[in-house]
Design a protein around this ligand. Structure first.
Ligand SMILES: Nc1ncnc2c1ncn2[C@@H]1O[C@H](COP(=O)(O)OP(=O)(O)OP(=O)(O)O)[C@@H](O)[C@H]1O
Length: 862
């Protein structure tokens, strides 16, 4: 039917004339010529279909007349055939028009939705530029009556607070809203305090706890977090204990006895427990613990409840913990004990849940004008000026990526502590191992790691013996190391919120730190695969892709905008005394990138070409991942793809780009991939998920807005018709060969020597391409070092094969926590499977197996 549609009216009429001449022969279904197979405007299609119908009926009248002439009786069956065929072609054409109309209707919906979003953003931008989170909750603080207390001023205890702060914690000055919170704490108020990660929330309860005779009970979600705090406090000589499921019976009995003694006034003040850390489960499930608290309460020795990471209370929060809900018992049983709720991110919905669960009064007042009762609310700017954000292009091959990372660390942070966040446990191990081969002392942290090794790694991390922790997101919540000078993301994280939180573990001491995200568009596929079952993951991934792809807007403004629209965290939360929320920070990569660092282009034509490829692929039952689509659109790959219909297996796309799109897209591979991502997040392309034997795979197909472009012909697009589409492409500086090698020459001399660096050409021991269902067109090459190379080469001019890296995929992790450290003895380097993080290995693949030995988790390579 497509062919009939593509046929010009003249051709169609002349074909019918031929049919009439050759009486009795069916109407020929002539294949459309190249020249006529151009994308048609949908409207033109509709118009031409009417014309065709009209002219067809004229021609058929002629045919009927001819067949009715003498001898016409014998021609009747042939005429019926012709009519039936014509009818069928009309039906097909009508169906095609209906499909086009459906596409237009979908486009209309998408445009209306976008319009709504833009209006909502406009309104919220106007509103949020001026209001605070309390206003977001519908609370008008300016109208609340009564006297006012300013907790930010000096109090009779202020000097004593400062003295103890210096003596016990070694801290000279309060920062952010610490002083106010300490004052409100000393005044026994209910407090909600929202301060950024590393802002110094702990001090706001630890310091006041030293001035009272009773015990402050801290409810914390993680044992590792508590461990860390206890370690610090004991170092500072503060009596702090931790009472969890992992506490031994003897220890538990001792703590119990000490608390009972406190309740009975028997202990000396030196032995009094100042801070007792527990998990929420202890409150909810331990039957003996609540009566113990009651004893303390009755003896007025229960000073305060501190709910750390209080956003865990809310299902709308990102680290929801059901046991936190049970904390509502606290206010019921101990109504007079003040509560301090601490969090780094607390959007209005989360705050409302928090107040409901903890039964705290509405926070009517900011700390500088608090009423005489009710909850006092403190917030500090989420913007941290000591963090310098940048997004760096992620090299295609794993090896180059490791070289780039090692170079970066050696060049900028040779003697500093850092964290590298990876998407999976396997990645964390591989990155750790590969960096250790480059003489960087690394440790690994992820969920599959036993508690016993936690302590050692923790100690070494604190002592600086381990410099870089390669970790999954399980690492960090509550890990307090002030001098983390850099946080690198090996792969884009699952969300902008994740990026903010994880990178926020840098520079907690207030000194400068770098937050670097390595990004390549291909990582989208893997991230989508890993998160396919998570609610709302698609939108989150689009947001982080948008963040990563943006080259012109300040990263901090991007954060502010993201949080204000996605979490309704007020724009004003990002303002500081020196800087408004919408003022550029002046030190992120986008602020410091000169105008020659990127090039802005009209991308209507390449986008149109990409869409034509996507649409034809769809019509012919092919599927492409995002990088395949880019490669095919550039004419650099024959377009091997999986057939859409089951059982067809792998086949060639066999696309003639001249015919489909008037030629190949003339942009580099990186640029086309980036453009594809841009089209994806703007609705021109969309994800399509298909289940494979190894899991779900993510392809891209024409999206709801595709028809905005594809309804035009190439000539139209070239003449500037269609929606305006611009994109900023990164201008990359060319790297000299061997440049990345310099900083770790020593390593190369002993191990993975770079052949290129020595002016040698890499020898590839190539096997035949392994035909595996898309997208795993794998070839394992072994280079002279004995390691498997992991190049990707999609350029058939250089090499007709499509080669990619692969890895045995393991689960990404979400809410699993624990330290692990394993040691590997001396021995030959481990053979490693090439890692392309995009690609899980299909069960049927001929993957090269690796030695199944323990991975180095801590390395002392010097
Ligand atoms: N006023 C201050 N001046 C200098 N350093 C401080 C100050 N207050 C706290 N710190 C240090 O800042 C670091 C972070 O403090 P803390 O662990 O309390 O942060 P946090 O807000 O709880 O972060 P997170 O949300 O990540 O748990 C600690 O090393 C702490 O000693």
């Amino acid at each position: 039917m497509e062919e009939v549609l593509q046929m010009s009216l003249a051709e169609y009429e002349s074909s019918q004339a031929v049919a009439v001449e050759a009486e009795g022969s069916p109407l020929p279904m002539k294949k459309a010529s190249k020249g006529t197979r151009k994308s048609q405007s949908v409207f033109r299609k509709v118009e031409s279909s009417f014309k065709q119908e009209e002219s067809s009926s004229k021609s058929l009248d002629g045919a009927l007349a001819t067949s009715e002439s003498p001898g016409g009786r014998s021609a009747r069956p042939a005429l019926r055939d012709k009519l039936n065929e014509h009818l069928a072609s009309l039906d097909a054409e009508i169906q095609s028009v209906e499909e086009d109309l459906k596409k237009l209707a979908t486009l209309r919906e998408a445009l209306l939705d976008e319009r709504k979003e833009v209006i909502a953003k406009l309104q919220s931008a106007q509103k949020r530029a001026t209001i605070s989170p309390l206003d977001d909750m519908g609370l008008d603080i300016t109208r609340s009556a009564g006297s006012r207390i300013d907790y930010h001023t000096e109090y009779e205890w202020s000097d004593a607070l400062r003295g103890k702060m210096k003596a016990v914690f070694g801290i000279d000055n309060f920062r952010l809203c610490q002083h106010g919170v300490c004052n409100a704490n000393m005044d026994r108020r209910d407090i909600i305090c929202v301060m950024p990660t590393g802002g110094g929330k702990s001090l706001t309860y630890q310091l006041p706890a030293l001035f009272v005779s009773g015990c402050t009970l801290v409810i914390s979600p993680l044992i590792s977090l508590m461990n860390d705090q206890i370690l610090h406090l004991r170092e500072a000589g503060v009596e702090a204990v931790m009472f969890t499921s992992s506490t031994s019976k003897e220890e538990a009995r001792e703590i119990d006895n000490r608390l009972v003694a406190m309740a009975h006034g028997r202990s000396g003040s030196d032995a009094d427990i100042k801070l007792c850390y527990v998990t929420p489960e202890k409150i909810a499930k331990n039957k003996a613990f609540m009566p113990l608290l009651e004893k303390l309460y009755k003896a007025r020795k229960l000073e305060r409840f501190v709910i750390d990471e209080a956003h865990c209370v809310s299902e709308a929060g990102h680290d929801y913990r059901p046991d936190y809900q049970k904390l509502n018992v606290l206010r019921k049983v101990f109504p007079k004990v003040p509560i301090l709720a601490l969090s780094a991110t607390c959007p209005p919905k989360v705050m409302q849940d928090l107040m409901d669960v903890l039964q705290m009064k509405q926070p009517l007042h900011h700390g500088d004008r608090a009423g005489v009762d009710g909850t006092v609310y403190f917030t500090a700017p989420l913007y941290r000026k000591n963090l310098h954000y940048s997004v760096l292009p992620k090299p295609m091959s794993h090896k180059e990526m490791m070289n780039a990372m090692a170079d970066y660390i050696m060049k900028h942070h040779a003697d500093h502590s850092g964290i590298i966040y990876c998407l999976s446990k396997k990645d964390a191990e591989t990155v750790s191992e590969d960096l250790s081969e480059r003489r960087i002392k690394t440790g690994v942290y992820h969920a599959d790691i036993g508690d016993s090794q936690k302590e050692t790694l923790h100690q070494r991390w604190r002592q600086g013996l381990v410099k870089v922790v390669c970790a999954t997101i399980a690492f960090g919540l509550g890990i307090d190391k002030g001098d983390v000078r850099f946080v690198l993301h090996h792969t884009i994280p699952k969300s902008v919120q994740g990026l903010y939180q994880e990178s926020g573990r840098a520079g907690r001491d207030g000194h400068d730190a770098d937050c670097v995200l390595y990004y390549r568009p291909q990582d989208f596929t893997r991230l989508s695969q890993l998160t396919v079952q998570e609610k709302g993951s698609r939108a989150k991934i689009h947001d982080i892709l948008r963040f990563a792809q943006t080259l012109t807007e300040c990263r901090n403004i991007l954060f502010a905008k993201y949080f204000s629209s996605s979490s309704q965290i007020s724009m004003s939360s990002w303002s500081t005394e020196e800087k408004g929320a919408l003022e550029p920070c002046g030190h992120c990569d986008n602020c410091t990138r000169g105008s020659d660092g990127f090039v802005r282009r009209d991308v209507r034509l390449p986008a149109w070409q990409i869409l034509r490829v996507a649409e034809v692929a769809q019509q012919t039952g092919k599927r492409f991942t995002i990088n395949q689509l880019a490669s095919v659109a550039r004419g650099r790959s024959s377009g091997t793809s999986s057939a859409a219909s089951k059982g067809k297996g792998k086949e060639k796309a066999g696309m003639d780009l001249d015919e489909i799109a008037g030629g190949a897209v003339e942009l580099s591979n990186d640029d086309v991939e980036a453009l594809c991502v841009d089209m994806l997040i703007n609705g021109y392309l969309k994800e399509e998920y298909h289940s494979q034997s190894y899991g779900i795979n993510v392809y891209v197909v024409a999206g709801a807005k595709a028809v905005r472009l594809s309804r035009f012909s190439r000539e139209d697009i070239e003449q500037g018709k269609g929606p305006e589409m611009e994109y900023c492409f990164l201008k990359k500086s060319r790297k000299k060969k061997g440049e990345s090698i310099k900083s770790h020459k020593k390593t190369q001399a002993t191990g993975g020597e770079s052949l290129e660096a020595n002016g040698l050409k890499r020898r590839r021991l190539t096997r035949s391409p392994v035909a595996i269902d898309d997208p795993y067109d794998q070839i394992f090459d072994q280079d002279d070092t004995g390691l498997y190379t992991d190049d990707i080469d999609l350029n058939p001019r250089d090499d007709k094969r499509t080669k990619v890296e692969i890895e045995v995929e393991d689960e990404s992790e979400d809410e699993d926590f624990g330290w692990q450290m394993t040691l590997r003895g001396p021995g030959p380097p481990r053979k490693r499977l090439c890692t392309n993080t995009d690609r899980p290995v299909p069960s049927s693949s001929k993957a090269v197996l690796v030695d199944d030995e323990e991975v180095i988790c801590i390395t002392d390579s010097e």
